[in-house]
Write a protein that binds this ligand. Structure first.
Ligand code: ASP
Ligand code: MG
Length: 411
């Protein structure tokens, strides 16, 4: 008998019909002898609707009241699903975050989970009851309702799985797994059977929005096997398993191509090449609350040097303004930038043990006449910045260069 945590997202519980279909899925899994804890999101669109209501009253709502408000969406779906299960003869019990004492810190709208009380739930499970828990919400030490940030139900599910030492945490969503890249950009993208936590974090932070990033971090930290599955697929799919690196398994060198359209690049050139300059330049950007992603500094030759870095495209104007000021102070030769660039990244743990990945990547891009503006690498990732007009071509070129449409790069 396995203990499984299943999470269903907003579209999966978006209508009464769908809630009934989710109940059938749960019952099928239970009939195989599994114990089940189910975590739900609000009906699709509901959280946005609630936020809209608040904005009709004030543009500066209290953070505490906002959490009282937006946490109600999940209370609706858990009660309805429990009723659906019971009407099909299956014992079920819904719990809000407060009821299961999902203890968080007091950072409203971005709270972090500290502890979960499992005693009552364990007793329910032992009695054969399906437990249905409201995602996204918790309670702080003083009893205030908190929420975990948009998409936070994924994190609730992983936290429940970690606390209950579940055998698997299954995230049911509207896609059937994690793909080698976005199928809307490369129709030959292939669903991955498995991917490591590390790779998934890179893929997720680079824009593939299948899971809330924090839930992947949490799953990696507590080693909770995580599976992404479609709630619309007929029968039982296998989805994509996100797990630790397994040396026994044949590991693909490259797992996927991630990309990020929301990038902008800034350069400051001809600044004095002396201690403190990097800190002056980047410090003023961070002081303006702008996050810097890639950073490149040139080797100086005439006593001056250049810096190029990237920021989120929304921050481009503010960053350029701040950098121009710093440029004046430092007597820089020039400050300039572009907000029509994108980042393409090759992700794969197999890179650690394979040489020549970067040169294959650069050669493939060169063959298509795609100019590389910046390069950065980590142990399991190589990123390049290119002009945004090359995004689609770049993704497809790399996808085929590494044989991702077939299992081509399995070593
Ligand atoms: N309902 C919340 C949201 O829309 C939480 C979630 O769906 O995971 O962000
Ligand atoms: Mg979601």
């Amino acid at each position: 008998m396995a203990l499984i945590v299943q999470k269903y997202g907003g579209t999966s519980v978006g209508t009464i019909e769908r809630i009934k279909a989710v109940a059938d899925r749960i019952i099928a899994s239970r009939e195989k002898g599994n114990q089940l804890v189910v975590v739900l999101s609000a009906m699709s669109g509901e959280t946005n609707r609630l936020i809209g209501l608040a904005s009709e009253i004030t543009d500066r709502p209290s953070a505490r009241e906002m959490d009282v408000l937006v946490s109600t969406g999940e209370q609706v779906t858990i009660a309805l699903l429990s009723m659906a299960l019971m009407s099909k003869g299956v014992p079920a019990k819904s719990y809000t975050g407060t009821q299961i004492k999902m203890l968080t810190d007091d950072a409203h709208s971005k709270a972090r989970i500290l502890d979960i009380q499992c005693e009552q739930m364990k007793q329910d499970l032992a009695e054969g009851t399906v437990i249905v828990v409201a995602g996204f919400q918790g309670v702080d030490e003083k009893g205030n309702i908190t929420t975990l940030g948009r998409g936070g139900s994924d994190t609730t599910a992983v936290a429940m799985a970690a606390a209950l030492k579940a055998d698997e945490c299954q995230i049911y969503t509207d896609v059937d797994g994690v793909y080698t890249t976005d199928p809307r950009v490369e129709p030959k993208a292939r669903k991955l059977d498995r991917i490591t936590f590390e790779e998934m974090l890179e893929m997720a932070s680079l824009g593939s929005k299948v899971l809330q990033i924090r839930s992947v971090e949490f799953a990696g930290k507590y080693n909770v096997p995580l599976r992404v599955l479609s709630s619309f697929e007929e029968g039982e799919g296998v989805g994509t398993l996100i797990t630790t690196e397994d040396n026994e398994m044949e590991q693909a060198v490259i797992s996927g191509i991630a990309f990020n359209r929301d990038e902008a690049q800034l350069t400051i050139s001809g600044v004095p090449d002396k201690p403190g300059v990097a800190s002056d330049i980047l410090g003023s950007i961070t002081e303006a609350n702008i996050e810097i992603d890639m950073i490149v500094q040139n080797v100086g030759d005439d006593g001056t040097t250049d810096f190029t870095f990237t920021v989120h495209r929304n921050d481009y104007k503010a960053a350029l303004e701040s950098l121009t000021k710093t440029g004046d102070v430092l007597g820089a030769r020039k400050v300039y930038g572009s907000d029509s660039i994108v980042k393409l990244s090759l992700v794969g743990v197999g890179m650690r043990s394979h040489a020549g990945i970067a040169s294959t990547m650069f050669a493939a891009l060169a063959k298509e006449g795609i100019n590389i503006l910046m390069i950065s690498t980590s142990e399991i990732k190589i990123s390049v910045v290119v002009d945004e007009k090359y995004l689609e071509l770049g993704v497809r070129t790399l996808h085929s260069a590494f044989g991702l449409e077939t299992d081509g790069n399995l070593k």
